[in-house]
Design a protein around this ligand. Structure first.
Ligand code: MCN
Length: 806
């Protein structure tokens, strides 16, 4: 069942599975891409946001007079000034209420109100309180300094435990306290019984620090109003132009038909641009007031303060197992730091991991519970992996803890527990239907590529000779749920929108093809992948396919890009649209060839009369016929164009095993990664080069999470890591060369058998790295370390293990 798809599998597949170069790259590499900051419009003015320096403070007077007098300033507004511009607060599309899933409850979700500008209280350092509009960016920067805001500082709520105390200051007074919700999944009593009966139980506690997404291009917004028509065009460096259009039309009270949203070339997002932000609403409001085009470009420090953060989760993970190490039950309890407000999907993030705490293992008992709290910090929301890195970290670290407890090699304990291979959807303890998988095959391949046995020998040799540089081998077998998502499942999880996506194929009379997709790539190479799919399905050259995206006027139907959904949902919509094109083209071909439609087959990229191979009609020929409409079959509309909207029947479940090999210097605490092997199973592959790139980027981010990155606040709620000086984003120099490989279990969720890959590396890597470091330090008895594993933390752990001697 396990195979590697490196090259196209059939004669007709010229491009899918093959390594074509990315269509996007010439434009990007030659500086011809159109990023938001390249957009300059006549009469355009700049917007800047005054941000609260306090984490928690009442806002008194906001004096804009000095700013208004500054050269070049066109206007300035306080939060109160703009209050009448909002028809509704900023959106949260995933309101979760306190409940047990799937038991219904009448309790309403507790939703903090989030206005684009605060006027009563600032609730985090960076919360916007006023805006200045000026002719140039420099004028805006100067004038921002001249806005005098009177603050009455309040005690900030910063730590999770403190936020829940009875005497904690309340961040949203109307909610009564700082509790967001408690949501649970699974049978608590049945799971408890398995724990009561277990020979071995494991209980671990993991803190996932906040992470700051660092897209290479910060956010930015340009709005062009057409006052006479009441129309607005908004360019935004966003992952979600479609969602932004709907939600902002509601927040601003602009008819949806009068708002066009364009995502130009977008330089990465990693989930942080899966959001609808205050600055988008502010720019629309200011453009509406002034009747002039406006522009706001985020600075890196603003990015750190006012774009969402990821993670910020405390996990308590428990396993029940037999004395041999066979897991019988898992129980996970989370407390999540949501920050000061809900952003677009903040409350839903833990639910994306909630079903995956059993990992790739066969377990009977399953219980998950998450409590969310508000704090006076930047809101958290989706950051690459969103919920699934936390789940994978918990189960994979706990599996190593179990191996230690039962005295077995971590590889042996995993083998004892893997779900056996399956190629039909299979229900697991959390209630999900995994689509297909062969976890042990992937595991075997990874261990073989890493030379696991050889590494264990070298590790022993180093230990025996008393080497100060110890070798550690870390394993991480992950599963993720992506391809978000079946709309009915989203409804059950209280998500506010559907999970479908759409594609249109337009076959032009000259033979060229336009694909319009509802996905919104920002680095993932959809233009290339989609052209591969369309070219193969329609039998046209790859270069003849243009792919359009990211503009609500051009692709009105779409659900955008996040959750590694684009191929498994949008790509499948495209595949289905191609089948519709072929259905219509077959009728026209049969008519022209004067045979019955059933006598015509589509093979090797063209229609042929069965048994008469030289009677051929190609799609470009038929597109021309459909356009002239001179000789169409009865009841056939002219033109060759089709749209398909695909709502997937299930998620896809990519999986894999990553092996990290580290050397830990016991004298300095420095960790060096010597080898990193990633074997992933993302079903059939459209573009191996893109998949490899996705894995590389994801693993880099996962290693960063394990070794380098952490948002740190001081005791007043000031972000101490507010620039790239202090927030350590690794470069290629800190990262090893990656060994990548794949196994393939085609997904049963879609006709192409594809699963997502966009987040795989970020999900797999952190526990692989941490397990490796703990494995290296096993002889010293170190069993836990806090991420990121800075040299100081590792050195202190070694010192403590040695009884205080370094
Ligand atoms: N692909 C493939 N074969 C597969 C799976 C995927 O050829 N079996 C290709 C697809 O055709 C697509 C790419 O890989 O070109 C990623 O596809 P998919 O897994 O569907 O993920 P999405 O396109 O939906 O991308 C979202 C995902 C997420 S959630 C984050 S976060 C992320 C990521 O992609 N952010 C990124 N990758 C990123 N890459 C870049 N450069 N920048 C980001 O911000």
């Amino acid at each position: 069942m396990t195979e590697t798809l490196e090259t196209p599998t059939t004669e007709a597949q010229k491009y899918v599975g093959g390594g074509v170069l990315r269509k996007e790259d010439p434009e990007l590499l030659t500086g011809q891409a159109q990023f938001i900051d390249n957009i300059v419009l006549p009469g355009m003015v700049w917007v800047g946001v005054v941000r609260s320096p306090y984490a928690h403070a009442r806002i008194g007077s906001v004096d804009l007079s000095r700013a208004r007098e500054h050269e070049g300033v066109v206007a300035a507004f306080s939060g109160a000034d703009l209050q009448e511009d909002w028809a509704a607060a900023l959106p949260c599309a995933w309101p979760i209420q306190t409940r047990s899933f799937p038991t219904p409850t009448d309790e309403d979700a507790r939703m903090p109100t989030h206005w684009p500008l605060a006027s009563d209280k600032a609730r985090f350092a960076g919360d916007g309180v006023a805006v200045v509009v000026a002719e140039s960016r420099a004028d805006v920067k100067d004038a921002l300094e001249l806005v005098d805001v009177e603050y009455d500082p309040l005690d900030p709520v910063l730590e999770l435990e403190d936020a829940l105390k009875d005497d904690a200051p309340t961040i949203h007074e109307d909610l009564g306290d700082n509790r967001a919700y408690t949501w649970s999944l699974g049978d608590a009593d049945a799971t408890q019984r398995l724990f009561d009966d277990a020979a071995v139980t494991i209980k671990e506690r993991y803190w996932h620090p906040r992470l700051i997404p660092n897209a290479i291009e910060p956010r930015g917004v340009v709005v062009q109003p057409t006052p006479a028509m009441g129309e607005f065009t908004m360019w935004s460096a966003t992952q979600v132009p479609h969602i932004a259009k709907i939600t902002l039309s509601l927040s601003l009270g602009i008819p949806e038909t009068k708002l066009r949203v364009i995502a130009p070339d977008v330089g990465g997002g990693f989930g942080s641009k899966l959001n609808v932000y205050a600055e988008e609403a502010i720019c629309l409001a200011v453009a509406r007031r002034l009747g002039r085009p406006v522009k706001w470009i985020e600075e890196r420090t603003e990015n750190y303060l006012a774009t969402i953060h990821g993670r910020g989760v405390l996990q308590e993970m428990e396993l029940a197992a037999t004395a041999e190490g066979k897991v019988t039950a898992v129980r996970a309890r989370l407390t999540a730091d949501f920050g000061a407000y809900y952003q677009l999907v903040t409350p839903g993030i833990p639910l994306l991991g909630a079903f995956l705490y059993g990992g790739v293992y066969e377990v009977q008992g399953y219980f998950f519970e998450c409590s969310g709290v508000f704090t006076n910090k930047t809101p958290t929301d989706a950051y690459r992996g969103a919920g699934r890195p936390e789940a994978t970290y918990a189960i994979e670290r706990a599996m190593d803890a179990l191996a230690r407890r039962v005295g077995k090699d971590p590889a042996e304990v995993r083998r004892l527990n893997f779900i056996p291979p399956f190629d039909e959807a299979k229900e697991v303890a959390s209630g999900l239907q995994f689509d297909s998988g062969d976890y042990e095959a992937t595991f075997d391949r990874a261990l073989e590529r890493a030379d696991y046995d050889g590494l264990r020998r070298e590790q022993e040799e180093r230990r025996t000779r008393g080497d100060t540089k110890l070798l550690g081998i870390g394993l991480s077998s992950y599963i993720e749920m992506c391809g978000l998502a079946p709309s009915q499942v989203l409804a059950a999880l209280k998500y506010g929108a559907g999970g479908w996506d759409a594609a249109t194929i337009r076959c032009h009379p000259t033979g060229k093809v336009t694909v319009v997709t509802g996905t919104s790539p920002h680095g993932q190479g959809h233009v290339t992948s989609w052209a591969q799919i369309a070219a193969d399905e329609l039998g046209v050259p790859f270069d003849d396919v243009e792919v359009l995206h990211g503009d609500t006027a051009i692709s009105p139907l779409g659900m955008d890009t996040y959750g590694s959904r684009s191929l498994a949902v949008g790509g499948i919509a495209l595949w289905n649209a191609a089948q519709k094109i072929k259905e219509k083209a077959r009728k026209i071909a049969a008519h022209e060839l004067e045979v019955a439609a059933d006598d015509v087959e589509f093979a090797d990229g063209a229609f042929r009369v069965r048994g008469v191979p030289d009677r051929v009609k190609t799609i470009p020929e038929l597109a021309f016929s459909a356009w002239t409409a001179h000789n169409l079959p009865p009841d056939t509309e002219p033109g060759l164009e089709a749209t398909y909207v695909f709502d997937p029947p299930n998620f896809t479940f990519p999986s894999g095993t990553h092996v990290c090999v580290v050397e830990v210097d016991t004298e300095t605490g420095k960790v060096d990664i010597l080898k990193y092997v990633a074997v992933d199973d993302c079903g059939n592959v459209i573009n191996p080069m893109i998949v490899e790139g996705q894995v590389h980027g994801g693993v880099a981010q996962g290693i960063a999470e394990a070794l380098y990155e952490e948002a740190i606040y001081d005791d007043q709620g000031q972000l101490m890591t507010s620039s790239m000086h202090s927030y350590r984003v690794p470069s290629a120099a800190e990262l090893p060369a990656f060994v990548t490989d794949r196994t393939t279990t085609p997904s049963t969720t879609n006709p192409m058998g594809v699963k997502g890959v966009g987040e795989a590396g970020t999900i797999a890597a952190p526990p692989a790295v941490v397990n490796a470091v703990l494995d290296a330090l096993a002889p010293l008895g170190v069993t836990d370390l806090q991420i990121p594993l800075t040299p100081e933390r590792v050195w202190r752990a070694i010192k403590d293990a040695k009884g205080g001697q370094s």
